[in-house]
Design a protein around this ligand. Structure first.
Ligand code: PLP
Length: 485
């Protein structure tokens, strides 16, 4: 096997700045004084904040070393399923940092904010067009927040029809945020079992759907990386009983510019701009979870909404049926600018190509690792594929052991033990931005690990070996975190 991208080089230890400081060191020099010295009033002086004294070299090395402990999409492949950790073109960062955008204040009068308003207006239109829906709000700050907003819209719509209903169907492959968002809206989640092909069967929906059920929350493609092929039939059943179809669009990276969600019967859909539309994520944000709806739900979208009047853009609160505000001011503008820049850069063909490549890359991994790892649903996949550790069971090697070992080979571990319908799941999403060479290296590394599982399972139990920290005691780390050093 070729040399891997694994971590064998220098990884520096680094103490806290307080441990590093030496009295009298400074990181700056001021010009020679040309006025008389005046001692500071003793009462004003106090003890100070107790910051350590450091040289410039101390400070630069400290932060550079800490940054080198991070793993990111900028340093290597990050095949975290369901998260779409793709490379985000740096030009989009640049656009969002343009002073006119970065310095725009949300309280600035609207005539002085035309650029930002225009960008928001157009981005709403682009997302509406890409998804095939009729209207979009950019206000929610993340996917889960979009789900909450979407469910509030469903609730408001059904209430306006006379009865908001009490239940909602949620498939067993759903992300945990789906039932959580439904429950925040007061809906009780009714679990819906996927069939042996890993998708929803219309019969199962028909059995559960009634006039007290608000509808269904579907993720498409679902978290097994499979396209919900019966979604149209499912939507027809839900609609016939007066319910609505919510689509979790976190996996839009597989179908951008290819699938028209409205044609599939979707009524409400959220996107994750920080997954599909070029905002780096991880570490908690900021993100953006726009919600796209069909015409009949548009009156319920959050206010204020950006409207265009005689070539000028305005914020309008004049939507009496709106569910109200869901975010301070107008949402996370910086994320919207990156998405706008990304969409304009890619164009319709580029977006479509990105999805096609994401699917191709995942299919390539699926086919190359099939047989080495157990593939519970052996069917064409979308942008991610799900294996399990079943074939490694005889060697007492688990999914956790194998992905810890993968760090020694220089890859961020994929998503594991999710979705819950696959015991010991390993969920791999390469994204469209990985080259064939890097994917081949990943495949070879996974195969080498499978060989190690047979020949030397102890090695995997003790992994990782080459990282800065060995395997963590995750229980103690969660219960008794030591936050210094
Ligand atoms: C990431 C994700 C979410 C939640 O999105 P956040 O932006 O993290 O709140 C919901 N559903 C699926 C399928 C996801 O992958």
């Amino acid at each position: 096997m070729k040399e891997t991208a694994g971590t064998t080089g220098l990884i520096f230890n680094e103490p806290l700045l307080w441990e590093k400081g030496k009295t009298g060191r400074t990181a700056f020099s001021l010009p020679r004084r040309d006025v008389k010295e005046h001692p500071i009033d003793k009462n004003l002086k106090g003890d100070g904040p107790g910051f350590p004294d450091l040289s410039e070299v101390d400070i630069v090395r400290h932060y550079i070393r800490l940054s080198q402990w991070n793993f990111s999409v900028d340093s290597g492949m990050y095949p975290l399923g369901s998260c779409t950790m793709k490379y985000n073109p740096k030009t989009n960062e640049r656009q969002s940092a343009l002073p006119g955008f970065a310095m725009a204040h949300p309280l600035l009068p609207q005539p002085l904010s035309q650029g930002v308003l225009k960008l928001m207006f157009e981005l709403e239109q682009y997302l509406t067009e890409i998804t095939g829906m009729d209207a979009t709000t950019l206000q929610p700050a993340a996917g889960a927040h979009g789900e909450l907003t979407g469910m509030l819209i469903v609730y408001a719509y059904l209430k306006s029809k006379g009865n908001p209903r009490t239940k909602i169907l949620v498939p067993d492959t759903a992300h945990g945020t789906n039932p959580a968002s439904a429950s925040l809206c007061g809906y009780r989640s009714i679990p819906l079992k996927s069939n042996e092909r890993g998708v929803i069967s219309p019969q199962a929906v028909d059995d559960l759907m009634d006039e007290d059920t608000a509808g269904i929350m579907v993720t498409n493609p679902n978290t097994l990386g499979l396209f919900e092929e019966n979604i149209k039939a499912v939507a027809d059943i839900v609609h016939a009983k007066g319910g609505l179809v919510y689509c979790d669009g976190a996996n839009m990276n597989a179908v951008m510019g290819i699938v028209n969600m409205s044609d599939l019967g979707v009524d409400v859909l959220h996107l994750n701009l920080h997954k599909t539309f070029s905002t780096p994520h991880g570490g908690g944000g900021p993100g953006s979870g726009p919600v796209c709806v069909r015409k009949n739900l548009e009156p319920f979208l959050p206010v204020p909404r950006v409207i265009s009047k005689k070539g000028k853009y305005e914020l309008s609160e004049d939507f009496p049926d709106s569910i109200g505000k869901v975010h301070a001011f107008y949402g996370n503008i910086g994320v919207m600018i990156r998405a706008y820049s990304y969409i304009r850069n890619m164009g319709p063909d580029g977006l479509k190509k990105a999805s096609q490549l994401a699917v191709l890359n995942a299919a390539y991994i699926k086919d190359n690792l099939k047989g080495t790892f157990h593939l519970p649903y052996d069917r064409p996949c979308m942008h991610e594929c799900v294996f399990s550790d079943k074939l490694q069971e005889p060697y007492r090697v688990t999914t956790l052991d194998m992905v810890k070992r993968l760090m020694d080979y220089g890859f961020h571990p994929p998503t594991i033990y999710f979705p819950l319908v696959v015991p010991g799941a390993i969920m791999i999403e390469p994204t469209e931005t990985e080259s064939k060479e890097d994917i081949d290296l990943f495949v070879e590394s996974m195969k080498a690990i499978a060989r190690e599982a047979q020949e030397n399972p102890e090695l995997l139990h003790a992994a990782p070996q080459k990282t800065k920290r060995r395997r963590l005691d995750e229980t103690s780390a969660a219960r008794k975190p030591r936050l210094s050093g």
